[in-house]
Design a protein around this ligand. Structure first.
Ligand SMILES: C[S@@+](CC[C@H](N)C(=O)[O-])C[C@H]1O[C@@H](n2cnc3c(N)ncnc32)[C@H](O)[C@@H]1O
Length: 498
């Protein structure tokens, strides 16, 4: 190692341990102009070919070159490879009292550079004499989004600039005067596990709060953000794509998650409720074309009151005369052909354990059972609904005060209670404002309650003005419903408040 004066132009290449800070170069130029270049801080070089390679003193060399200084005093050291030179540069930098100490950002850049060259983290730790745990954190820092990195870099530079402008001696004084951020490597232990968006967010907050968001508060804030990320990820992953206004719902729930309103359990319950609602379907159209659009094995219970094939026209006096109109597809030929096709279409949509309830009257029982048993096997039983009141009809025979419900059981499904197969106590509607064959919601509720639980999906392909889906909604079950006549369909939706 020897000290010599050499020509500046002989310095041909440099080892860089950090980027040039232009404010610092300007400062050096000012200081060299007033005090001249001090040989007490010579540049460190090694011989390289005809000239020399610089490994410590990049800022000084930049200032010297700008000032057009031709000769400079240097310490010529033993030749070494680039790794060793970097090690030496680090050592010299740590030993000297430089006005611009290396920051962890410089370290982070060097760690990344060395890691890209294929060095292991322990080799890097050894080379730069930095703790292994810090080395991986430093490498993580370079993985921050560019926006966050630039904000931190700028804040370092601004801090340096302010220090120079103020020209004061004590950093602490300046720090308080300008309230610039005294970034600490340790903070990144909490920041690095965050998502890129939140890394930027927290870096901005640290800057906004001029470095006061630190220590325990910073740890807490990052913890809160990580929990927010975890819960919003659950929300994104588990919320069914079929949920209406999904994006808006996600942003509303996310805002509440951030406010700390949601625990994981509560969030999952909410997602469940929304998903279940999204599975509900009400369609206006021919059930024969709607049923094929249902997922296979998605229905637990079919509960339906199809056209009976009696060309039914109600003669009841009603508030709204429209209920005296005939039911669509209600001639015997139409109704039985339709029922046959509906049963064939719905069969693959049934779960392995399912119930089928099909309303009919004594007059149509025989044909109904013939059709349904063709598709679903032997009838399990026929329920009697005692309507407690004769309907209109033939005046010269016994008054008909019950309806029948053909019941099929598929697989191992069981009723909840072994109730009588005669349903009593639920009267027919005295009059209907909506539909000539409207059934009481209470009756459907009674049947459903004994047939399953709130995880079930019930389907009514001939829903009229909606007794079945309304009952399912009241019980909190899932439902599929179809109605051909637009007017009835709209009434159903209105009654259900959807
Ligand atoms: C007996 S009513 C059902 C009444 C219902 N239980 C209620 O409480 O309102 C039968 C319904 O099936 C409808 N319908 C007839 N053919 C249909 C089809 N192909 N697809 C869907 N609905 C149909 C009729 O318009 C009628 O409203």
């Amino acid at each position: 190692m020897k000290q010599e004066t050499i020509k500046v132009e002989q310095i041909s290449s440099c080892i860089r341990t950090r980027e040039i800070n232009t404010h610092f170069v300007e400062e050096l130029i000012k200081s060299i102009k007033t005090n001249s270049y001090k040989a007490a801080f010579p540049l460190s070089v090694i011989p390289a070919g005809e000239g020399f390679k610089l490994f410590n003193g990049n800022h000084r060399l930049a200032a010297i070159r700008k000032l057009g200084i031709k000769e400079v005093s240097v310490i010529i050291q033993e030749p070494a490879d680039d790794d060793q030179l970097m090690k030496r540069a680090y050592e010299e930098n740590r030993a000297s009292e430089t006005a611009l100490p290396m920051t962890f950002l410089d370290d982070a850049e060097n760690v990344t550079k060395l890691s890209k060259q294929g060095k292991t983290l322990s080799e890097i730790a050894e080379l730069l004499d930095i703790d292994l745990s810090e080395v991986s954190r430093l490498r993580g820092i370079m993985g921050l989004p560019e926006e966050a990195l630039n904000l931190i870099k700028n804040s370092f530079e601004t801090k340096y600039k302010k220090l120079q402008e103020n020209d004061s001696k004590s950093f602490q004084e300046d720090f308080e005067t300008f309230q610039t951020v005294d970034w600490q490597l340790g903070w990144f232990q909490s920041i690095l596990p965050l998502s890129p968006a939140n890394q930027i967010f927290i870096v901005k907050r640290i800057l906004e709060e001029k470095g006061k968001l630190r220590g325990g508060r910073l740890i807490q804030e990052c913890k809160k953000l990580r929990e927010y990320e975890r819960l919003t990820q659950i929300l994104e992953e588990c919320l069914n794509p079929a949920v209406q206004n999904r994006e808006q719902i996600i942003s509303e729930i996310s805002a509440d998650i951030y406010k700390g309103i949601y625990s994981e359990d509560y969030l999952r319950q909410r997602i469940d409720a929304l998903n279940r609602k999204a599975q509900n379907r009400l369609d206006c159209g021919d059930c024969l074309s709607i049923i094929p659009t249902y997922s296979d094995k998605s229905i637990d219970i079919v509960l339906t009151d199809p056209p009976y094939g009696q060309s039914f026209v109600s003669n009841r006096r009603v508030v709204n005369n429209e209920v005296t109109v005939p039911i669509v597809n209600d001639t015997p030929e139409e109704a039985f052909a339709l029922l046959d096709k509906m049963c064939g279409g719905i069969k693959p949509k049934l779960k392995d354990n399912a119930f089928i309830y099909i309303f009919c009257s004594i007059k149509t029982l025989f044909q109904t059972v013939q059709i349904t048993s063709k598709h679903f096997g032997a009838v399990a039983t026929v329920l009697i609904w005692d309507k407690l009141n004769k309907g209109s009809g033939d005046l010269d025979i016994w008054g008909e005060s019950y309806e029948m419900i053909v019941f099929h059981k598929i697989g191992n499904r069981r009723v909840n209670n072994r109730l009588d197969n005669v349903i009593r106590g639920i009267p027919r509607l005295a009059h209907s404002d909506f539909h000539p064959a409207e059934k009481p919601v209470e009756l459907m509720e009674y049947i459903l309650k004994n047939s399953g639980s709130s995880n079930d999906t019930v389907c009514d392909p001939f829903m009229g003005v909606g007794a079945v889906p309304i009952a399912a909604q009241k019980l909190g079950w899932n439902y599929y419903g179809v109605e051909l006549v637009d007017k009835y369909f709209k009434i159903t939706k209105r009654r259900m408040g959807i």
